[in-house]
Design a protein around this ligand. Sequence first.
Ligand SMILES: *Cc1c(COP(=O)(O)O)cnc(C)c1O
Length: 497
Amino acid sequence: MDKRVPLIFEQTVSGRRGTTFPSSGISVSDAKNLIPEQFLRTGGDEVSLSSFRKEPALLAEVSEPDVVRHYTRLSQLNFSADTHFYPLGSCTMKHNPKINEKISSLPGFTHAHPYQPDEQIQGTLEFLWQLEKMLCELTGMDAFSLHPAAGAQGELVGLLCCRNYFDFLGEKRSTVIVPDSAHGTNPASAALAGYSVIPVPSNKRGRIDKDALRKSLNKDVALVMITCPNTLGLFEDEIQEIAEIVHACGALLYMDGANFNALVALAEPAKLGFDMMHLNLHKTFSVPHGGGGPGAGPVGVRKNLEKFLPDSRIVKEGEKFRTVPESSQSIGQVRSFFGNTGALLRAYAYILSLGHDGLKSVSENAILNANYLLKNLKGNFKPYVDEPCMHECVLSASESAKDGIKTLDIVKRLLDYGFYAPTIYFPLIVPEAMMIEPTETESKKTLDAFTEAMRAILQESKQSPETVKLAPHTTPVRRLDEVTAARNPILRWKRHG
Ligand SMILES: *Cc1c(COP(=O)(O)O)cnc(C)c1O
């Protein structure tokens, strides 16, 4: 049976409408004097919506109930953190407390317009200012810019600040060092900022190879970008020594803190030796994300880098808050207005509702849950490094791949068991990788059920491999051609005939 839900366009019935408009009462001849010719469509006596188009709009012709049912049905087909265990490593799909939604939908915030004068949006400016101070306190950094709309944009901002910093010093440095256990956006951002990228390998313990780092460092290196915890879910336990080596050659040390949920209220990156960093508020501080939705990737820096941060910062003067216009050394504006204030507000509500001690137990429980899963599963799947992990663990299905059941097969089968798949084939240095991040809010019961499902799938792989190889069996579609979907997406519906 084809369980595929038809596209909304396939539900079209010619002439069917969800809304009808009253007649405009403006004649076409009058409209011609008001509206440029190229926007007018000929035909008819009275102006209607269709008078302004040469061709009918490419819209589905459906009723309001058709639309409501279609999208409600689609939403129910979705796996989400609100409906399923969602252990997507590195992406941190954690529970988003509903209080955040309530606070972020208060009309004083949602109805504010970014062009309103500062006096009229004091509440918005105040929470942004306070959020910046909280992030400084949690990371030990001296200043934050809340502008970047995502982690990757935060990286770019950090790199541009680094560029301006060395320009200011009058030093020419053109390379950035990125370990092979870094997130893939790091080398991409460095290249986008005009740097050439030098990779550094990991050692047997999955940490940066210090000797290789030493060899790669020279006066041409501007920045060393370290994902911490790294993409193996491991803490760089020699980070202070690494910081000394990097600083000794005049370079800066950047922390990709997208996954700060393993460290928040436990370690301050500035004390570990980092000069700048970004946070993914939409991971660490529970802002719903995914599907390219709005995020927030604030960038924090030490005092000596503050003047390079993006323009339009917020300052407090007495009891009033004010935006400061351009500064000459800033990298400029990177995003309109103040950043994604809706996402920032959710993170603010999250931090306030938990407080310092609450955030500490978030990290502790995230780490505990990941280690519990690692311990449960390491007899079945090989860990890349057999050491305690941080908030996520990386296992390999290379053993079962030898028998023809690959990681992809296993995680597709997981969908039938009612679990979203972990991140797979990442980090790249691990063959048949599965990167599992349970997050702090999951109960032992859920983690045990997940463990059972993973073990059951391994059993099936031996007893009835076809069941696993043809999975999933319960979803509307089975295995999609993701490569064609990415390379050749059909983004426009073509009307037939
Ligand atoms: C998610 C992630 C990023 C990228 O963040 P986006 O908001 O998706 O741009 C960068 N680094 C690490 C370690 C991440 O987990």
